[in-house]
Design a protein around this ligand. Sequence first.
Ligand code: NAD
Ligand code: UFG
Length: 346
Amino acid sequence: MKGTILVTGGAGYIGSHTVIELAEAGYQSVIVDNFSNSSPEVLNRIEELSGKKVPFIKADVRDRQALKGIFSEYDISAVIHFAGLKAVGESCQMPLEYYDNNLNSTIALCLEMQAAGVKRLVFSSSATVYGDPERLPLTEDMPLSATNPYGRSKLIIEDMLRDLPAADKLNGSDTPWQAILLRYFNPVGAHKSGRIGEDPKDTPNNLMPYISQVAVGRREKLSVFGDDYDTIDGTGVRDYIHVVDLAKGHVSAIDNLLSDNPVTGVEAINLGTGNGTSVLQLVNTFAEENGVPVAYEIAARRPGDVAACYANADKAKSLLNWQAGLGIKDMVIDTWNWQSKNPSGY
Ligand code: NAD
Ligand code: UFG
């Protein structure tokens, strides 16, 4: 066993896939989650897929006493912090809840990590921190901005985490903070088994779960938000990344933090494929590869959307020795495998 990793939000979409990949790589996970956006059934599926029970604590990450208990019970080597609220539209309607959850969970977590002397952290950031891109592909040194409270919560946390190694220097700390901020592009897909996948609680905000719910008959048709962008076919272009590749990126980040030659201080790293795919390309590939129709209509642009967004993923390759291996076909096939086997989710 290589070490024990505390995974906050480990019952969620990306967290559950990461726990499986951590087990494959020889790490033990401990999950903390409050099920605010996930289901307890995930834990059974994780056990089934990894062949062992993963310790689980039902708690809110803002609960410092609960965190204290976890750090005293388990010998934690590093933390991956997924827990947070993530819906852009909802964040505009309830900004305080978003700031409370996302900021206060990170502050509580870092305080308890510091108290326990565990200062290696992988944080779930997002390509949303690039705002409306000036140039493509996006490199990590490009200007950052936020267009909504969700994005602002990620930006504030990134800044906050950058203050920690600076404080270590002032304080002469001999166990300095090392943090990797992973900026995800558009995670889609599901584990090959079809046992875990994305299961939005309400109407999906994101494209891929919407497509798969139309295909399975839960929704009538997809609205394609705008066909007059300056892109290959007028529809929005994104860098879709298979969630299993993304999960492996977290294992690479943990490998780095626990290696003899880890990053110093805080490093932001894009996790994307570097390829852009349009809405209609994704819809058509889904329908063709899976042999299921996906009804759609062209609708107005969605406020706040950018025309195109895709990563330069070179830094992940050079620093973490990670690159995406799965393509759009794998993403649509694995999404449909999960959705068709679990038509109503968990
Ligand atoms: P998710 O909602 O499926 O998973 C988040 C998990 O955290 C859920 O299980 C939820 O119950 C839990 N949680 C939320 N607040 C909590 C709290 N205060 N205490 C304990 N548990 C809490 O989301 P996901 O898609 O797996 O995303 C994981 C992380 O990645 C989030 O921080 C999200 O902002 C970030 N991210 C996601 C995407 C995406 O498109 N999915 C893109 C970029 C970044
Ligand atoms: N789209 C549709 N119809 C839908 C849903 C989406 O046409 O029903 C289009 C959007 O207009 C966009 C593309 O599909 O062109 C992708 O939209 P998503 O909502 O799936 O993804 P976004 O790129 O808008 O947002 C995602 C995450 C955010 C994150 C952002 C930047 O959901 O959390 O990437 O990283 F902030």
